[in-house]
Design a protein around this ligand. Sequence first.
Ligand code: MOS
Length: 742
Amino acid sequence: MDGSIGIPVVRRDAAAKASGAAQYAADFPHAGTAYAALVTSKVARGRITAIDTMAAEAVPGVQMVLTHHSLNEGLGKETFAMKGGHMQSSFMPLTSDEVHYAGQIVCLLIADTQEAAEQAAGLVAVEYATEHASAAMDDPGHEEEPMEKKAIDVGDALAAFAAADVSVDATYLTPAQHHNPIELYAATCAWRDGKLLVNTPSQWVKGKQAALAEIFGIPMEDVHIESPYIGGGFGSKATLLAHTVLVAMAARRLGRPVKLVVPREAMFTVGSFRPATRSRVRLGAKKDGTLTAVLHDEVGQSAVIDHVAFPATEVTARMYASPNIRTRQATIATDVNTPGFQRAPAEAPGFFGFESAVDELAIKLGMDPVELRVRNEPERDPVKGLAWSSRSLVPCFRRGAELFGWSKRNPEVGSMTTPDGLLIGMGCATATYPSAMAPSSARVRLSADGTCVVYCGAHDLGTGAYTVLGQVAADVLGVPDELVRVHLGDSTLPSGPVAGGSITTGSSGAAVHMAALAVRDRLLAAAGDGNPAGWSLAGGQVIGPDGHGRPVAEVVGAVTGGVIEETADWKPDALSDDQMRAGLAGGMAFAGPTTEKHASYSFGAQFAEVHVDPLLRTVRVARMVGVFACGRIINPRTARSNLAGGMVWGASFALLEESQVDRPRARFANTDLAGYHISTNADIGEVVVETIHEDDLVVNPIGAKAVGEIGIVGMNAAIANAVYHATGTRVRKTPILVEDLL
Ligand code: MOS
């Protein structure tokens, strides 16, 4: 079968996953493994005044108990990923008696069996001196800390807003949320001859390799991270989590492999989460719908231990043409574990408010919300005047409206009903996601048996990278799909970037493309006895100047060693060679989404139909339509799956998801999959996805922009806008619950 670009090749990892052959991090066996369990803090803030581990140590099989008293070895310094390092947080548990958040690791127990470790964990008695704590940013007493460097000002937005014919000024809330991948965090660490092997689900093997080398003071090549399969990450497995360091340290002290699988409850606090946000959006327009002022003030929940935020305002400022734009960002520090990346970290919460406000403006103007967006389509990036590398938002809305049947919508609130009497609501919203790129290496090997193997330290989060990256090589080399193999997710492979920011296909794809071109050049040269002129590749044959072909396998077989193999280092144009080297060595080196010349984003149009029970006020998502323009689509099957998955999550965001805070105890309360609600099949109706073709050769030579995260963006607003259309109630927070519609 043709496995080249644009073909809906079936996932290479599908059979291994469906049959159970795929080994996830916790599945790798190591002889002599000891098992770890955690004790986490029951209080949110204060000090540990006493910790009694006597009973725990007496449990048969217990090998080691680590507390802040026993963790006294000089570990190398590693920093928080948002400050140039690789850690999920600036704070390292077990380094002092301080407690900064509920659920903080206060003790690690290691035993011959998992059961003994857990029994021992239950016997650890911790006493605390507690201080007042708050885990919710709207608790009283918090102060906002402005992020002055992030402010954007174009024109005089306050004056233009005050003078606008029609205006909207509203505030929108989104709650804390957690990733909840089905695969729990896990780490098995084994030392042999001073070298460390780690099996852990990872979105960044190179970053974790660099970090652990630094922490343990050993060369990078002595750290090996293996992560071939990931059972969902969504950003939670990008950075190095503190417990991996603790497990590696315990394994070194014990002289045995140690394995920790983090229980679901602790998943809410030993990693990161999506912080709560509050957005005030002000829009001003002329009577004909022309925007005159766009203002977005966003406040994000941060942690006392890390003042970190993921403001959407860099992106919302660029959505629509307006001569006057003003955005402000601030954080509010709360007593929680450090927030982090969660699928479209900035955009998914920020666009809920922003795109709800656009809908509110359309209603005030008496204008169709699709037409309002089309009217304000900017020719260039409205903040810096940069050219778009590509922007097909209007075609997305036109096609989406057609697919959805938008013209059948009666704009009057509550005017449409199903045959069985449910209120129908129809809403839409814009989706976007930055198309950044990062340096990547890749190696491509063509063998005399006809196989083509791709090696790259990138990651397949379940998103299709195993399949897509092979297609890029197959496209250049004309290899049928069944002869393509792909190796990813291992720190011994040529360096790949973090699987974050939706950069894998574009960045590692560009590196595979570059390596495959180098292989092709050598193949043609080999066929022409050193002179490639006039030789070309087609249909598995190398064709000579005389029109005669030789099978590729025969040409490769005649080369010394019987293989042609090339490694390439690719970087986006906007990065220097030094930045590329830093990136390939495990640093975070992103170019874009804006460079000196261009602004690069993927765009999309989201449509939702909801059915609301007129008495019970329950909301069902009957159907969703998303049309996206993400550059060249390498594999329509995996792209569709990604985009549809994001839309499903958007519905979950709108109606279900919230990490509830037990305010008096300052801790997340619904820390399991019974209490933390996510969409199931029964919650989701029809999902229709289409993509619009673009060849964005500005971002990379394969023309592919970001696909991974855009699907979730805007769907929450499209659903809120649909709920308004059905009920006339504007809910300015998520999740939208029955009680909000009574
Ligand atoms: Mo994505 S949240 O940038 O891993």
